[in-house]
Design a protein. Sequence first.
Length: 294
Amino acid sequence: MLRASAFVPGHVTGFFEIRDNAKKKRHRGSRGVGICLSRGVHTVVGITSSKTQSIDVLIDNKTAQAPVTKHVVKRILGNELLKVKISSTLELPQGQGFGMSGAGALSASLALAKALELEISRDEIVCMAHEAEIEYSTGLGDVVPQSVGGMVIRKMEGCPPFGMIDQISPENTDIVCCVIGEQLPTKTIITNEEYKKRINEDGKRCLQELLKNPTQEKMMHLSFEFSKNTGLLSGELEDAIAAVKKYGQASMSMLGNSIFAMGDTGIMAKILKDFGEVYICKMDSEGARVVKGR
């Protein structure tokens, strides 16, 4: 059996602008800003010879449909008759704005290419995972930041070499995430014309403001403004943000019923436990990578 493993960090977006008019999926996506998280998706890929092609995906030891992951794996395999087993372990919940779909697809793709020793560039693998997210409307701008790590400004939508990014030097690398409500499927927001209009108007403004003064403090401030101005911020999330306001900055995770906060980590985590499930992370500065088997 051929076998390889990969890790891809989670990613939380503070604000964004939908850019989906290009003909090619790799030229579509979003502009905005986000942070890569030390918690993410660990994936192990096992490959055996077969008379037919089959792809089985397990997420946290349970059989999953995982259409985004299967889509990109099929593209990489082509017509090769192989049995592929993909086992992913998620360190953050799905549907809460942590980029788990993109992390799952990208980690599976990197591990598959490594196991098969394919001559395929890293940029091409990133583009395939990005295109799969666009195809299924599960994300617009997680995969590219996840591939590089850090606190990333997406200055131009799309994947390499079309997409353009920059990075913010962090003042603090601790992030407290808190899941407060039910899952918020990305597709329900980014395909809604009213939300899309608000998102694009304020997302464009926020990006222009951030580029004038690209700091962590400014990023967090604009992210909170964006969550309010777009009408995406629920009362429960706003209450949680208000509760930790004097200990740092916080905003809504795009797109989820969750928040992310930076400041006095210990106090913030303690307060937020009264609102929901808390996850303490560091900023991941390495990005997606192949790792030794788990």
